[in-house]
Design a protein around this ligand. Structure first.
Ligand code: TYD
Ligand code: MG
Length: 464
């Protein structure tokens, strides 16, 4: 018996549901994000809704389920397929896992379609049949981009379609090895009455692709736009459904694009891949430290190199600070690429523990290259940069620092000290200032002086 569709209001930001319209979401606190959606209650549960479509296609997508002994389950790890792009494999945890559902999120125009087109090309070179479902661009547009990127992609098939049932039928007929859906927000299931892009729709579509991926053991990539307005459901609404969530970071003013795994059922989360957007598409950046240090100013005060970890990979970045007399009563503080509150805290430590008079100064902190750092290991770098600008003294270009700074002005140890130290050594730094507790065993790094410090005073004595 068909139930009459009920009306509910769904927050397009977080998916919270409510019987009444509300101005502010009670769950995530966003304003004006509730949109009326109609649904059949049973269709809401991911997994239930495909019964109609599944029956029509004459298959039960779920195998008959029986408990299986742990020892009898085949190990999958060697079954990964390389995407042909190392940086991309790295964020996936070592390659594409069969039957995985991967969500690639990012703001419009950041390079999602470019990346998947390049991946599709590499896969198709390896004789894998790739189906590229496009709801945004016509096949001619995709071909144009492909020509610009110099792809020949013999085994790539384009399907400009947005109806999920048609897409699934076509998939069943064609049996591709890999599926790309660009974007999830344009695909709709006719079983649900809400508009394409709404939370119920994207969840339904993602749920169906999930079941398909698991049943057919075919990897599926879903592209999702991150949107500012509330009317389109963002990738956040899907994170719990998919196996892996990758986000594209980077801003329009820089050519670097960072892909970060924020969730990965098949590998380390927080792993990143770094690319550069060029005229011929995305180029993997094998050695990011070199790129981020390329434009370092020489002989200027207020600049220092610190070593941070992105996933399992160490990276050298330049931190800059500018301290200048304010035109207003109290100094402003601004931080780009580093947490604002943490910056204020470090400034307070400098004032209280080292007697710096910064109240009458504006303090600006910037992480060069458009990177975002969110680990305390960069504290010492921020302090060093601010002190350097405040005293107008240069920090020698061959010096790198890292370490967490505590409220009493102590320098505390950080994780993976050795990995960081080795990266600094590889890049040719001559002196490394790090927390004393991280120094153990590192004295003998070839060609580099390693100085362990316990307090900020010791650190600044070493720096200047
Ligand atoms: P696109 O992959 O279409 O973005 P998305 O799918 O995330 O919306 O990338 C669009 C941007 O990338 C566009 O502003 C132009 C730029 N671009 C290049 O700089 N070089 C290239 O080779 C290509 C294909 C795009
Ligand atoms: Mg696109």
């Amino acid at each position: 018996m068909a139930k009459t569709p009920a009306t509910i209001y769904v927050c397009q930001n977080c998916g919270n549901q409510s019987r009444k319209w509300q101005g502010k979401c009670t769950d995530c606190g966003e304003w004006n994000t509730y949109v009326e959606e109609k649904f059949r209650p049973s269709a809401q549960l991911v997994g239930k809704s495909s019964s109609a479509a599944g029956a029509r296609r004459g298959t039960n997508v779920f195998r008959e389920t029986k408990p299986i002994a742990y020892g009898e389950i085949e190990s999958q790890d060697d079954a990964r397929t390389s995407s042909g792009i190392d940086e991309f494999d790295r964020v996936l945890g070592g390659g594409i896992v069969p039957g995985s559902l991967v969500l690639i999120g990012g703001s419009p125009g950041i390079g999602k379609s470019t990346l998947v087109a390049q991946v599709a090309d590499k896969l198709s070179e390896n004789d894998l049949k790739v189906l590229y479902v496009s709801g945004e661009e016509s096949e001619r547009q995709i071909k144009m981009r492909g020509e610009r990127l110099g792809l020949n992609a013999e085994n790539l098939f384009l399907l400009p379609e947005t109806n999920l049932d048609v897409i699934l039928t076509e998939i069943e007929r064609m049996k591709p090895d890999i599926i790309i859906v660009d974007s999830i927000q344009t695909v709709f299931s006719p079983n649900i009455e809400s508009a394409p892009g709404s939370v119920s729709q994207v969840r339904e579509v993602a749920g169906q692709f999930m079941m398909f991926a698991k049943a057919a053991n075919v990897p599926v990539f879903l592209i999702g736009h991150v949107t500012k307005e509330g009317s389109i459901a963002g990738p956040k609404a899907l994170e719990h459904i998919v196996d892996t969530v990758l986000y594209f970071e980077g801003d329009r003013h820089h050519n670097h694009r960072i892909i970060r795994a924020t969730k990965n059922r098949f590998g380390a989360a927080n792993e990143i891949g770094i690319f550069e957007m060029t005229g011929e598409g995305l180029k993997p950046v094998g050695n990011p430290s070199e790129v981020f240090l390329q434009e370092r100013p020489e002989g200027a005060s207020g600049s220092v190199v610190t070593v941070c970890m992105e996933g399992t990979r160490p990276m050298l970045v330049e931190i800059q600070a500018l301290v200048s007399g304010t035109k207003f009563g109290t100094g402003r503080r601004m931080a780009q690429g580093f947490d604002y509150n943490r910056t204020s805290l470090l400034i307070a430590v400098l004032e209280k523990r080292l007697g710096f008079q910064l109240a009458g100064d504006d303090v600006f902190v910037n992480v060069a290259g458009g990177l975002e750092i969110d680990e305390p290991a960069a504290d010492l770098g921020v302090i060093a940069a601010i002190s350097s600008s405040f005293r107008n003294l240069q920090i020698l270009p061959e010096v790198a620092v890292f370490g967490e700074v505590g409220l009493t002005g102590e320098v505390r140890g950080v994780l993976q000290g050795e990995t960081r130290a080795r990266e600094a050594q590889t890049l040719g730094f001559k002196k490394l200032i790090l927390p004393a507790s991280n120094k153990k065993g590192l004295e003998k790094l070839l060609g580099m002086r390693v100085v362990g410090v316990r307090t900020l005073e010791e650190a600044l004595d070493e720096l200047f």
